[in-house]
Design a protein around this ligand. Structure first.
Ligand code: 5GP
Ligand code: MN
Length: 347
């Protein structure tokens, strides 16, 4: 028996909303990842099985590695098809926001969504969701939004409406947000959910192969270079840092998504329990931080990099040069050292 998580009130309100409206817009965060794409597509396939009209609008493009998911090529990037997206939002009766907790994560799409007259629902698993929807379904102990969506489907007694396409998309999100079930993945329900998704005919090995285990030669060389020449390890503070400049990225014909999961690699070193990756972009330095155990990186991203996220996976942006971003990292190292000293003296 899988725990359904949502309260009865939430289930009733969600089901009524889905049943009573016909024209839906689904949206997710900037630089959509497997969970954002999987949750919006999973919800789209469910709604289409109910006979609804559904469009997905993402703030920007879906990464190449996820385009194999059924329906992914029809996702409208607001950055590219702004007028079409504005028109579709204008006609929508209901907007469902998935996998983000603040309109800020919608980038330029934010005002279009927040100012729309359509009814809005948020379904998310990030800590501390903002109140910008009529119904907020937020459970931060869920390993992925896709897992939460599946539990919502079960709660609404709609499992029979889940087709193979829907199951594939939800599985992809659960898999990517847990690093192929290697973190945040000790809840036995996750595996009962996977079994229920597999009964819909999905090929989970193929999804892993296409979403995670596929790389261009350029990407593999860039990863090799980053680990060999750019990774710094600060064993006394349990930290690792990789910085890539625009010039270095260009040398390896960088394409969006090529550095995905690089930030996790230094965590393979037993002494390292937090890992920082900085990538120089046009307008800012993109920051990604991952950690293991109790070391919270979302607060670091909030305090230093205009960002946020989860305890063990967070990100943000630094507005300044790579050198200044590096100086900010040194400040964080000092803070961590001071904290360690304090803890040692209190022992
Ligand atoms: P990534 O490092 O893959 O870009 O992001 C990891 C997680 O950190 C995301 O799932 C998201 O929750 C969070 N995150 C990344 N970038 C930002 C940001 O700019 N702002 C906030 N609030 N969260 C972010
Ligand atoms: Mn997610």
């Amino acid at each position: 028996m899988i725990d359904r998580i949502l309260s009865d009130k939430e289930v009733i309100r969600l089901r009524n909303s889905l049943e009573q409206h016909n024209n839906f817009i689904l949206t997710c965060h900037l630089s959509p990842d497997g969970d954002a794409v999987g949750a919006t597509l999973g919800m789209k396939h469910l709604l289409e099985a109910m006979g609804k009209t559904v469009h997905i609008i993402a703030p920007d493009m879906v990464p190449r590695s996820l385009l194999f998911l059924p329906g992914a090529k029809d996702i409208i990037a607001y950055s590219k098809y702004t007028e079409l997206a504005n028109r579709l939002v204008g006609n929508a009766q209901m907007i469902i926001c998935l996998d983000f907790n603040t309109p800020k994560r919608l980038d330029n799409l934010a005002p279009v969504i927040t100012e729309s007259k359509a009814k809005k629902i948020l379904i998310d698993h990030h800590i501390g969701s903002e109140e910008f929807c009529d119904l907020t379904i937020s459970y931060d102990h869920m390993s992925s939004t896709c897992e939460l969506v599946f539990r919502a489907i079960l709660g609404m007694n709609m499992y029979q409406l889940v087709n193979r396409k829907c199951a594939e998309c939800l599985y992809a999100g659960m898999m990517t947000d847990t690093g192929n079930f290697t973190y945040n993945s000790n809840d036995p329900d996750i595996y009962n959910i996977i079994a229920m998704l597999m009964k819909k005919g999905i090929n989970k090995d193929r999804i892993y192969q296409l979403a995670i285990n596929t790389s261009s030669a350029d990407r593999l060389r860039l990863i090799g270079y980053s680990l060999d020449k750019k990774m710094e390890v600060f064993a006394d503070c349990g930290a690792a840092l990789i910085i890539l400049t625009k010039e270095e990225l260009q040398q390896y014909n960088y394409k969006k998504g090529d550095t995905e999961s690089l930030v996790n690699m230094p965590l393979q070193i037993p002494e390292v329990y937090w890992s920082v990756f900085m990538r120089e972009d046009d307008e800012y330095v993109k920051i990604s931080i991952r950690s293991q155990g109790d070391f919270a990186v979302n607060t670091i991203c909030e305090q230093h990099f205009n960002g946020g996220g989860h305890k063990n996976a967070a990100g943000g942006e630094f507005y300044g040069s790579v050198e200044d971003a590096r100086a900010e990292f040194d400040k964080i190292l000092d803070e961590v050292k001071a904290q360690q000293n304090e803890e040692n003296t209190n022992k």
